[in-house]
Ligand binder design. Structure first.
Ligand SMILES: Nc1nc2c(ncn2[C@@H]2O[C@H](COP(=O)(O)OP(=O)(O)O)[C@@H](O)[C@H]2O)c(=O)[nH]1
Ligand SMILES: [Mg+2]
Length: 696
């Protein structure tokens, strides 16, 4: 666009559960604005925004897509977000760099499973929201019902800006409630003015009443006029609607059907007049790095730079890109900038305007715009770029906490390194993914948001890095301890050819309080074990504790007191005393009432109130103990202690239990004795694993 200014830009994130029609809507908007020459279909894998193989065959959006269009001298940057909770990281990233959200509701379904999760993210972002009621031409479409449902379920007033003429297969036009003019749709996405059909007049009048009320309430001057009985002009109502929208006092809504291109012009026109430009959002705020000192920058191209990297993408056709929103100043290719998050300089290479998988060279990126740079070397998603002599740190992207953990391994040992580097790259592209090599469990653990996300990762490892990986349940870090005090002698004596080996110790093992770990006490008096051998005894005991006597798990919470022993002036050695210490422990532990301990985690489940009963019931059936509950808005937060072994894939389970409306987080709490019936299973399994390892 010639002479692009921040005031001519609109950044809008399309947000809703999957299947609502966001990607299809973006496709129709792009087609109508002549960005594309063909009207693609999700079903056919031909849309501009769902282009990766993982998206095409699943027919879902997996990754945040960006596509700009121009409409009435305005540049609209569409940010198409994924609707599955598994990919919420990209939803949050898209919202962070948008100035408004379009919350979509499927006309035939209303508020669905997953709507609340998305709505909560939108509310957390705190930007103005417009509602698009999609797929209006489909059977059972019910515009007013969908909005009433949203109002009562989400606790925010949804108010129509336009009222549909006909619904389902009769959907053919709309009434613009500002002007009260009727329009009938043309095939290309436009609409022609037409008289109001008598059957919609009453509904449209009622809807207009609600809109005028909402508009008047948002503007004191209008309210005064309105209450004084004055008639508000179209422009006055428009002004009130915009104030109410920007103040988030209500959510204006429009009907649309993307496939048949119905209501498309109305959506685009509304984006242009209603949505805030970056300038309307006010100065950019951040902090001075390393401090809490607030820094403000004006939204203008000729000023200091403030830009946020919101995504790193490596789809092969476009190359490796860092997607960037410029908030202030101008980003110019070839210039050095300052990464305030990493405290490093970074050279900006070529810049691009990105549209789905396509990219076009950009001479620069100005304040308010969204684009991409050739992948930056030193900078990652969530970091701020600015000028070294005017450092500013923008608010980071609030990526969610992971909810799922699985073990990942390669079938073929030779692929181990490839898996490592593949995961490293995928982690760079998806900050909600964490990789953790657990050396004590001998497993690589993948921490993610959901099963589907993990599926996609497995597929990408195969397609892009040629690594075939498998998944498994993570091993549980069980522990062993003792319940009784026992005194035991460990005596190591060997006479071979020349010099022999001799070490003899008496050790008392005592149980300690949970969480105390290990204590060694030297109670030797009179030199029955010479000083210089005592550390070797301790070492021998510690080594023996690595593998407990029950199932080979590390032993904890034990005190070992060395209280007697004997030695030989020639044959004793550190090694001999180490072995003696280890023998004393192993023999002693068997008689000290050994037990198995399992990790207990503290779980916090955030759940809509209607589901509290089923979630607490389920936690109890998982051997959980409810610790307490507290209210948080529309949600109840349940805290419980649950054995880690019972929580494998809990996020998936919780979603099906609550129609995707709950979330949870966990943190390690403590170890507890395993009930006998479970302990036996753990012992049997440990033995089987040991045998399998020995025979491999
Ligand atoms: N009939 C009809 N189907 C639609 C329309 N928009 C989307 N769909 C279908 O709804 C499904 C989900 O669409 P998609 O755009 O991928 O939704 P998203 O997950 O919100 O991006 C796909 O099967 C589309 O074919 C529409 O306007 N009319
Ligand atoms: Mg989509």
């Amino acid at each position: 666009m010639k002479d692009l200014q921040p005031s001519n830009i609109r950044n809008i994130a399309l947000c809703s559960p999957h299947g609502t029609g966001k990607t299809s809507l973006a496709e129709s908007l792009l087609y109508r604005a002549k960005v594309t020459t063909r009207h693609g279909k999700v079903e056919e894998g031909t849309t501009a925004l769902d282009f990766s193989p993982e998206e095409i065959h699943r027919k879902i959006t997996v990754s945040l897509g960006v596509a700009p269009l121009e409409w009435r001298d305005t540049k609209v940057n569409l940010l198409d977000t994924p609707g599955y909770a598994d990919f919420v990281g990209d939803l949050v990233a898209g919202l962070r760099v948008a100035d408004a959200a379009a919350f979509c509701i499927k006309a035939s379904a209303g508020i669905e499973a997953g709507s609340e999760m998305v709505w909560d993210r939108v509310e957390e972002r705190g930007c103005p929201v417009i509602c698009l009621v999609t797929q209006m031409e489909k059977e059972h479409a019910a515009f007013a019902k969908a909005l009433d449902g949203a109002t009562s379920r989400l606790g925010k007033r949804f108010v129509p800006l336009a009222f549909p003429i006909g619904e389902g297969e009769k959907f053919r036009g709309l009434v613009d409630l500002l002007s009260m003019k009727g329009y009938l749709f043309e095939k290309d996405g436009s609409a022609k003015e037409a008289p109001l059909p008598p059957e919609v007049e009453a509904d449209a009048q009622k809807a207009r009443g609600a809109l005028v009320d909402a508009a008047a309430e948002a503007d004191d001057a209008l309210l005064e006029k309105f209450l004084g009985g004055g008639e508000l002009s179209v422009e006055e109502v428009r002004r009130g609607v915009r104030s109410g929208f920007l103040n988030k006092s209500f959510v204006p809504a429009l009907p649309v059907a993307s496939y048949p291109m119905m209501g498309i012009d109305h959506v685009l026109d509304t984006f242009v007049w209603l949505l805030p430009s970056p300038v309307d959002c006010g100065p950019v705020t951040g902090v001075k790095p390393g401090t809490e000192e607030k820094v403000e920058l004006p939204v203008q191209p000729h000023g200091h730079l403030a830009a946020l990297i919101f995504k790193t993408s490596s789809e092969t056709h476009a190359g490796d890109l860092s997607m960037i929103r410029v908030f202030a100043g101008t980003l110019v290719p070839g210039k050095e900038v300052w990464n305030a998050s990493a405290q490093r300089a970074e050279k900006i290479g070529q810049l691009f305007h990105v549209s789905g998988k396509e990219r076009k060279d950009a001479p620069n990126l100005i304040a308010g715009d969204v684009g991409a740079a050739v992948k930056l070397r030193e900078s990652h998603t969530g970091q701020t770029l600015c000028e070294k002599n005017f450092p500013i740190l923008l608010r980071p992207i609030p990526f969610p906490h992971h909810e799922l953990e699985v073990a990942i391994f390669v079938k073929n040992k030779a692929d181990e390194e490839k898996m490592g580097s593949g995961l490293h790259k995928l982690r760079e592209e998806d900050p909600t993914l964490h990789v953790h090599v657990d050396s004590s469990l001998h497993q690589t653990l993948l921490q993610a948001t959901g099963d589907l996300q993990v599926d996609v990762i497995v597929e990408k490892l195969q397609r892009r890095f040629g690594v075939h990986v498998e998944l498994a349940k993570p091993r549980i870090p069980y522990r062993e301890t003792i319940r009784r005090s026992v005194s035991k002698q460990g005596r190591h004596k060997k006479q071979t050819g020349g010099r022999g080996q001799f070490g003899d110790v008496h050790v008392r093992l005592e149980p300690l309080k949970s969480g105390s770990g290990f204590e060694f006490v030297d109670e030797i008096v009179g030199g029955s074990v010479p000083r210089n051998y005592i550390p070797a005894v301790e070492k021998g005991i510690i080594e023996a504790m690595h593998e407990g006597v029950l199932a080979g798990y590390p032993v904890v919470d034990v005190r070992a007191a060395l209280y007697d022993g004997s030695y030989h002036t020639v044959d004793s050695s550190e090694m001999a005393f180490k072995i003696a210490g280890s023998m004393a422990f192993k023999e002693g532990a068997k008689e000290a009432g050994p037990i198995l301990l399992e990790p207990i985690v503290e779980v916090e489940v955030r759940v809509p109130k209607d589901f509290v009963g089923s979630v607490t019931g389920d936690l109890s059936s998982k051997r959980g103990k409810i610790l307490g509950m507290g209210e948080e808005g529309r949600y109840e937060v349940i805290r419980a202690h649950v054995p880690q072994a019972e929580l494998y894939k809990y996020s998936t389970h919780l979603r099906s239990l609550t129609q995707g409306r709950a979330s949870h987080r966990t943190k390690f709490s403590h170890y507890e004795e395993i009930p006998r019936e479970f302990a036996e299973k753990v012992v049997t399994q440990a033995k089987a694993e040991k045998e399998a390892m020995a025979s491999a």
